[in-house]
Design a protein around this ligand. Sequence first.
Ligand SMILES: Cc1cc2nc3c(=O)[nH]c(=O)nc-3n(C[C@H](O)[C@H](O)[C@H](O)COP(=O)(O)OP(=O)(O)OC[C@H]3O[C@@H](n4cnc5c(N)ncnc54)[C@H](O)[C@@H]3O)c2cc1C
Length: 662
Amino acid sequence: MDVEASLASTVKVQEAFRTLALLQLTYTLFPKSAEVSDGDCFDYVIVGGGGAGCVLANRLSEQPGVSVLLVEAGGDPPIESQWPALQTYTLRSYLDWNYTTTPDPVSQRCHKQHSGNLVAGRVLGGSTALSSLYYVRGNPRDYDTWADLLDDRNWSWDAVYPYFKKGEDLKDCEVLSSSCAKYYGTSGYLGLTRDPNPKSRRYLNAFKELNYSTPLDINGCSFSGYVQQMFMIADGVQQNTAYAYLSPVKDRANLHVLKHATVYEILFDSSDRAIGVKLTKDNKNMSVRARKEVILSAGTFNSPQLLMLSGIGPKEHLQELGIRVRSDLPVGFNYQNHVSVFVPFKMDYSRAPLVPTDPRRSSLFTSFIGSVPANGSADRIEYENVNYIVQHDSQDLLQFCAFYHGYENRICQTLFDESRGRDVLLSCAVMLYPESRGRVMLRSADIADPPLIDAGILRDERDLERYVGYIENTLRLLNTTLLRSVKAEVVDLKLQMCEGLELWSKPYIRCYVRCMVATLHHYLGTCAMGSVVDSELRVHGVRGLRVVDASVMPSNVGGPTTAAVVMLAEKAADIIKYGHHKNINNNQCEPEQYTHHEKDIEHKNFQFQETQKEHENVQYQEIQKEVTHASSSSQNPLEKTKKGSNMQILKIPMKNTKKGRT
Ligand SMILES: Cc1cc2nc3c(=O)[nH]c(=O)nc-3n(C[C@H](O)[C@H](O)[C@H](O)COP(=O)(O)OP(=O)(O)OC[C@H]3O[C@@H](n4cnc5c(N)ncnc54)[C@H](O)[C@@H]3O)c2cc1C
């Protein structure tokens, strides 16, 4: 198999899925597209039905007398964004805004055109419909940092923790039957399960040998260590926010979802109050009005783009483009993201036949993650280590390298050829808290022009030096019993840029990192709380306008961002409904009083190990009974309509409307 053939076959499968989407097989799962006319008025107009927008639309429309319009540029999530392991086919497809970074003078030297693909969903559910589905809340310190930056305890860990729980519907039997269960919500919308796998177990043991903890979970009873991670998957279906939050309320009369409609400007009255938006639908322009508020949830690239197109942004930049300045704010600055560098280990020689991936499994690869603590501090996380186990000679390796990350074909071919006959462990070190910052700017005053995105990767020299430490740490894996027993080696990618440097010496690692560093898709910070919006998410300098999405996060979190975005939208919904921050501590979520003192965490880990076994036998059986009962009674419209036809494989269980949710 060569790279060109692998890329061509990926594109072919994407084309096939696009054709399949014409059949609208998922149509019955989502709200119908609203009939909206020019000048129509709603209480709230939400722009963007993505990670945050779907959550908000659901929660705001819980109030029966309140009308909500959700405007989304894309349509319903198709099959490939409902089944977890088909994620690859959603990237750089019609479901993606297909943005790229500006050519990078410092890093990404091993990528085609020296720029990275910035995947962002253009579909109901937004980027959560294209996601790898890892569910990680991050570290309590992340939110305490927000509170410190904003000088507002309403964003501290203690204040946000109940909102994480509010969104969650933990369905993982093993975690439910352990003492970790109490740290999760079980009556929210976002279904969560893990995908434990014996293959990853032996690797977890290798990390244990390196003195890392291997707890059951890292979302509450512990925050660091190597785990078989939690996924936003339930009953084999992706829990993108459209499926999780809109499907159960798809017939709500006061919730209107306008699909395939792109907002291009925010409308203001003479007192700078947002009163609606202008949008394009079916090549026609129209306006819709908002009685109470306009809420931007268009994501880290498009929310700042819309603000700037509407006169809210850095004065000089707007004036250069001839845009009248309404409020001079640092919109587009403070862009942050996680970046990743992988180290490929070639493992056992294997003749085992390739096993095709079950599309409802968690991802293309078996994986496990580590939240790697800084030396001597169990609750201060330094970086994340995402590990993928790839079957020998699998085309998936080429797909990951050349398609997913867009590295040069030559490098991906070397990776494939040099590891022939052997399983591969791709161990990715993810920088969670880079010092470097990028910026999102307008390319022109036309919405049709994609924003200019300077990702700023490794621009701050400290990031490069920290990466040297992460990679050296990753290489320690070679000293473990497991890797020694299979005579594991690191694959030499023969990077031209690093020729002449001694392999894995510090100068080589610096060169390797500059060459191979890749952007992930956890963008945030371009309309940050504090500088662009206040801590109740209202845009400074105007009225009637909020931003609620990843762009308002003032600083990074220690894990992929969906959990934080859903929490943020859950909290924003209450702020909007009640007119102020609401303390829900004594409400339906009943959170534990949490302190993240190191000793406390160690104690909880210990308790967990001690009590886990006791709980397991009794509770597991009870839960198993419930699960069996629930799955035998679950409704499945696709299954019903397609019975007997060869489309029967397209089983997506309809999300049940839970008691107390609507
Ligand atoms: C490939 C990929 C993998 C990821 N993997 C993970 C993971 O494993 N775990 C995790 O926690 N997070 C993951 N994430 C990150 C996560 O999906 C995002 O953090 C989250 O979706 C951000 O939510 P948001 O509401 O800010 O933006 P989005 O979810 O991107 O939503 C923005 C929405 O606004 C719409 N929109 C934009 N402009 C307009 C306009 N002008 N008019 C109308 N609509 C508009 C878009 O079409 C989109 O639907 C991943 C993201 C990507 C892209």
